[in-house]
Design a protein around this ligand. Structure first.
Ligand SMILES: [Zn+2]
Length: 558
């Protein structure tokens, strides 16, 4: 279905509705029926496009099934709308719902995203600059046409509510009838429904706006009460080897953003996106999967001891993580952030938001480039008091959709680029060019961090880890951005770059066999390995350390 066409149709419809001679009074049931009809007809392009792609419309049964789905959707929307069509509250609640549904329709139509709890969590935890990046003319048009115009119409209506008791009886009668009808409709085509939802589980996350209502309710019910953060060990300490080293250890851990492994030339990408890293003696792991497909999951997960299989948001929030264990062992940790936050993983260590520095050399009026994470790092290092030290740098990386804003102009190696956040207005080539330039800039940033570590190498045994939080879809199968439910997410969103660099002094002092490590780089690893590998590199002994998940351990002659 053509997007522009549907928007125009709706604009005509809405302006007709706004100008039309409105009935003197409309009953609450009539209003709920009309609004739910509008929602199904105009806010669910993505849902019906997906359904049409699945259902065989050449058969009569397929046509009936599609009609059945549309009817059930109408009835379910009606039940929900009836619940919020209440005296005094109906107009503001409906206005809010229509504006949310209008914006949701935009994100689903434009980026192919589906709406689920973790996406609501991401939206709640994001900062204004990230939100600002998503605003564009088409989104405003969607909100105007699907949100504001119908809202104005609703405010002109005179809704006729009965007395409390009669209104309640009427609501119960109609919503009860709608519920029974939808159950009957589903039952009479139950086999079709069963296979439809079994094969396409995430399609229900496309039913706008019930998907937003469900995901938001699920987000709040999952938050629970304020959680107490429990330690996961009481025994973290530097082991005998760590204590015997003549030089202290300095580890820089870079948490990447939205970098997908297959666009790194170190992983065989045909374009030279990593010219500088290619000249460093890095150990590059080419087969690594992320814990989640979005920052709000991946970052807490990679810093927790839970592993992907045991991870849940509430569990991770209720217990300490990697940085706490490092701190308990007596090592200072500094987290510098050029992203939206550390998602709770650095709550008990030193934290600095570098975006607020707003240095003209590294920042535009929109945001700061990742190089700012290295600004005054010498001073930061000097201010840390423990013998060994850990610095975490959280990149803005390749965060979309406005990839072209992520790097200074000089890094626009691949052209022409998509200069807008409306990715569907750009060719696939322009989107990929802009994205590849972000990787090219990340190459420069990571190389600069390694060069900085080399300068510290006379005083420290230095080590460097880079790991991205998740990947990104760049138009494959019509998908953009990230955040698909893990089970359905394409590999582009889960296959992430992971690499190490160690100074000669670090390698020697820790008895690391580099050849052995290089031979292990094609093994399958995941975010689960970060926790244990980092503890191993820092020579921290604790009962939560699992040596089978330490990627370096098999290559240490200890
Ligand atoms: Zn992310």
């Amino acid at each position: 279905m053509n997007l522009e066409f549907s928007l125009k149709k709706l604009a005509l419809f809405s302006s007709a509705a706004t100008n039309a001679h409105l009935p003197e009074k409309i009953g609450s049931v009539g209003l709920s029926l009309s609004i739910s009809f509008l929602l199904v007809a105009f806010y669910n392009l993505a849902f019906f496009n997906a359904a049409i792609a699945i259902i065989d419309l050449s058969s009569i049964r397929g046509v009936f099934f599609l009609l059945n789905i549309a009817l059930v959707l109408w009835l379910l929307n009606f039940i929900f709308i009836s619940l919020i069509t209440l005296p005094y509250l109906a107009k503001p609640l409906l206005a809010f719902l229509l504006i949310v549904a209008g914006s949701t329709a935009y994100f689903m139509d434009a980026y192919g995203v589906v709406i689920h709890r973790l996406m609501i969590q991401n939206a709640m935890e994001t900062d204004f600059s990230e939100t600002k990046n998503l605003i564009n003319a088409k989104l405003i048009l969607y909100i105007a046409v699907l949100g504001v115009i119908p809202t104005l119409t609703i405010f002109r209506l005179n809704i006729d509510f009965l007395g409390l008791k009669q209104e309640l009886v009427r609501k119960l009668k109609f919503t009860g009838a709608a519920l029974i009808s939808s159950v009957l409709l589903i039952l009479c085509m139950s086999a079709d429904y069963a296979s439809f939802f079994r094969n396409h589980k995430n399609i229900r996350q496309m039913a706008n706006p019930l998907n937003v209502v469900y995901a938001t309710a699920s987000f709040f019910s999952n938050r629970g009460n304020a959680t107490v953060v429990a330690p996961i060990e009481h025994d973290a300490a530097i082991n005998a080897l760590g204590k015997s080293l003549s030089k202290p250890t300095l580890l820089v851990l870079v948490v990447g953003e939205t970098a997908r492994a297959d666009h790194f030339s170190t992983n065989g990408y045909s374009r030279q996106t990593n010219p500088l890293l290619a000249r460093q003696s890095i150990i590059n792991f080419s087969n690594v999967t992320s814990c989640g497909t979005e920052t709000a999951v991946s970052v807490p997960c990679m810093f927790s001891a839970l592993g992907r299989a045991g991870y849940s948001d509430s569990k991770a929030k209720a217990q300490e993580g990697l940085l706490d264990v490092i701190k308990h062992a007596g090592i200072d940790v500094l987290w510098r952030d050029n992203n939206s936050s550390c998602k709770g993983t650095c709550n008990r260590v030193d934290y600095e938001d570098v975006q607020h520095l707003a240095l003209p050399d590294h920042c535009t009026d929109v945001e700061c480039f990742d190089e700012i994470l290295l600004h005054d790092l010498d001073k930061k290092l000097a201010a840390m008091s423990s013998r060994d030290k850990v610095i975490v740098l959280h990149q803005k990386g390749s965060h979309g959709p406005d990839y072209a804003d992520r790097y200074p102009k000089g890094f626009a190696t691949f052209t022409p680029v998509c200069n807008t956040n409306q990715l569907h207005n750009c060719s696939k080539e322009e989107v990929i060019n802009a994205y590849d330039n972000t990787i090219h800039y990340t190459d420069y940033f990571l190389n600069s961090a390694i060069e900085w570590l080399k300068q510290q190498s006379p005083q420290y045994n230095t080590a460097f880890i880079y790991l991205s939080d998740h990947g990104e879809s760049l138009g494959e199968n019509g998908l953009y951005l990230h955040g698909m439910p893990y089970r359905f997410a394409p590999k582009e969103q889960k296959h992430v770059p992971f690499l190490f660099w160690f100074s000669e002094g670090f390698t020697r002092a820790n008895a690391i066999d580099s050849q052995c490590l290089q031979r292990s780089t094609t093994k399958a690893y995941s975010h689960d390995n970060l926790f244990h590998t980092t503890l191993g590199l820092l020579n921290i002994s604790t009962n939560v350390y699992r040596d089978n998940l330490d990627m370096v351990k098999p290559c240490r002659a200890l």
